[in-house]
Ligand binder design. Structure first.
Ligand code: F6P
Length: 324
């Protein structure tokens, strides 16, 4: 293998730049030529493919977002789009790919590999931490810390005004950001898609708190919770408790995707990027480079997207016990 290309795709995540840097410098170290594809699969289709060298990735390890930019490509979902992408890669003589992204990225990579057999190794880049085959994904730690900072601030005002706050965090169908920022922020309740929290239970916990003279509470809601979005849940709770509780809602939104990556994310991303390149050189293909129990593990794309990644029981159990 002489030439590889790297791209970021799907929702950006803090640490993606550290990963790009590790791929580029790792490839150069091993004597490969390396290209960057801009805007994910869209750039592959339009031929937005640029040569990269060691200097192209100077001073980016600390930056949030992705210098290669990102997109969710509709065209890559079509056989015509993928054909154009393959032709562009071949025109540049690219023999291997490193795909940095999440679920959607690896779904595309799996289909593409099955059609064209171009060796691809993925690096899990998503704040959601929803990929099977790795304990943590690039960007998750930073997103949790960003949410935690916001929760701490909201707690100050919740406490001053004796209010109940419903705080919605991202995560798509996963409750990882919610559970970790909820525990870290001392939330009274955390609502996640992995386990149902009936509204009756939420009302019960709030009433119980209030008989114990607890004047403010924080409820962290994962955006994918089956009871609905935080605003809907808060409305339903208001209709049950009336004026007894002063309820407010905050949706943290895309703030969770930005910012300088934490040390943990930079190191995780660097390790995954370098191992993805070395994996490609050793003949790995159609797999994601993850880290499980501090060891690098390659997992087939199909498993990373299809297999469930459960939240540890202990975390779910802890929320209730620690909020009494
Ligand atoms: O996958 C990352 C993520 O931020 C999810 O947590 C969220 O549901 C989604 O992307 C939002 O996507 P978009 O930025 O396209 O609205």
């Amino acid at each position: 293998m002489k030439k590889i290309a790297v791209f970021t795709s799907g929702g950006d995540a803090p640490g993606m730049n550290a990963c790009i840097r590790a791929v580029v410098r790792g490839a150069i170290y091993h004597g490969l030529e390396v290209y960057g594809i801009r805007r994910g699969y869209n750039g592959m289709i339009s031929g937005d493919i640029i040569p990269m060298n060691s200097q192209s990735v100077s001073n980016i390890v600390q930056l949030g977002g992705t210098v290669l930019k990102s997109a969710r490509s509709k065209e890559f979902m079509t056989p015509e789009g993928r054909k154009k992408a393959y032709e562009n890669l071949m025109a540049h003589g690219i023999e291997g790919l490193v795909a940095i992204g999440g679920n959607g990225t690896f779904t595309g990579a799996e289909v593409f590999f099955n059609e064209y057999q171009l060796p691809t190794v993925g690096c899990p880049g998503t704040i959601d931490n929803d990929l099977y085959g790795t304990d943590y994904t690039i960007g998750f730690d930073t997103a949790v810390n960003t949410s935690l900072e916001a929760i701490d601030k909201i707690r100050d005002t919740a406490d001053s005004h004796d209010r109940v706050f419903f705080i919605e965090v991202m995560g798509r169908d996963s409750g990882y950001i919610a559970i970790q920022s909820g525990i870290g922020g001392g939330a009274e309740i955390v609502m996640v898609p992995e386990t149902r929290t009936p509204l009756k239970k939420v009302v019960g916990t709030l009433k119980e708190g209030w008989t114990r003279k607890k004047t403010s509470s924080i409820i962290v809601v994962a955006e994918g919770d089956e009871e609905g979005h935080a605003a809907e849940i808060a409305d339903k709770i208001k209709s049950q408790v009336g004026d007894k509780l002063d309820i407010r809602v905050t949706t943290l939104g895309h703030i969770q995707r930005g910012g300088s990556p934490t040390a943990y994310d930079r190191i995780l991303a660097s390790r995954m990027g370098l191992n993805a390149v070395e994996g490609l050189i050793k003949g790995e293909k159609n797999v994601m480079a993850g880290i499980i129990n501090n060891e690098v593990v390659f997992t087939p794309f199909i498993d990373t997207i299809k297999k469930q990644k459960p939240i540890h029981e202990d975390l779910l159990r802890m929320v209730h016990i620690l909020s009494i």
